[in-house]
Write a protein that binds this ligand. Sequence first.
Ligand SMILES: [Zn+2]
Length: 400
Amino acid sequence: MVTADQLLVKQINKSIVLNTIRKKEVISRAGIAEFTGLNKSTVSFLVDELIKEGLVKEIGPGESKGGRKPIMLTINDKGGCVIGVDLGVNYILTVLTDLVGNELWEKKVDIKLGEDKEKVIDLLMQSIEEAIENAPRTVKGITGIGIGVPGIVDYRKGTVLMAPNLKWKDVPLKEMVEEKFKIKVHIDNEANVGAVGEKWFGVGIECSNFVYVSAGIGIGTGIIVNGELYRGASGLAGEIGHATINIYDELCNCGNTGCWENYASERALLDYMQAQLKQGKQDKYINSQNISDLNALRIIDFAHKGSSIAIEGLREIGKNLGVGIINLINTFNPEMVIIGNTLSLAEDIILPEILDEVSKKCFVYKYHKVKIRTSKLKFHAGAMGAVSLVISKLFAHPEF
Ligand SMILES: [Zn+2]
């Protein structure tokens, strides 16, 4: 009889084999045995299973080190598809990828700030439906749907406990999407999702300890410790956007005073612009005529075209991002801080300000020069992160 322990060992070994093939991209059975320390017959047995399941494929003979040429293996890009959804505060970005994260299709839908919950959920369902319609035929079909949400999430149940910028409370989103599509759904906070995405596909691949700062309408962080997402006691870690940086300030929506995100987010940038215009500052790009149409993307675009007010605003936001990042570096001593979401698109303006602030004031930085980077995935960090939620589960727990 096969015991539960033996099954668990088999699953762990299978995950090791699968991940070795993914990381090496192309490798032989003997190569896997050599790299993992597993014996050759175990590797052969597990590889055969993975081939039967459609996750791995043979791609012909490789170079011989003497003797017969080995058959090389790779992840089967036609093995299955994954859907990743970045549910933003004012957009929904949906991507469809193969099992190694190559993008096959994407769609972005804008949503009105403050739009009804039902309408947003409708748009989300429509986007997923379109992704499914656009999926090519694969062995396993759609293997899962990942969704990143801008709020506090019970990731085990898949319930959005509180998304202040969407004004959602206790929404059983996983259940709703699974009910409709009969496909496994994984939901997490968008900053956690962004961090996992950077670990799998972005600048964090080689990094075991980093903090991902999602600088969008608000600020959230995803913390990777020893290669794993740090969730805290009940999955709510990372709400550093609501850490106080000014004790004399007004109340924030969260109940705290002078929160970081009120000084260093897209919303803070818009507030700054409004204040500048009130003081009579304007230029040919930003003035009282177009202030109501302004958003962070347009401000960044104007800055790149030479708008002095836009550049000044982004510098101010960059400096304020630096203030919070100092707290992160002093707390976590990370190898890297990765800045993602909308404000990362102004990296040429904000990064020098952040670095200036950090190098002048950060205690830990004096002893450990942490790398500060912007997300390689840029605007796709959330959606690709949502994809990695699915892929990481699939690769960690292959069928056994
Ligand atoms: Zn707050």
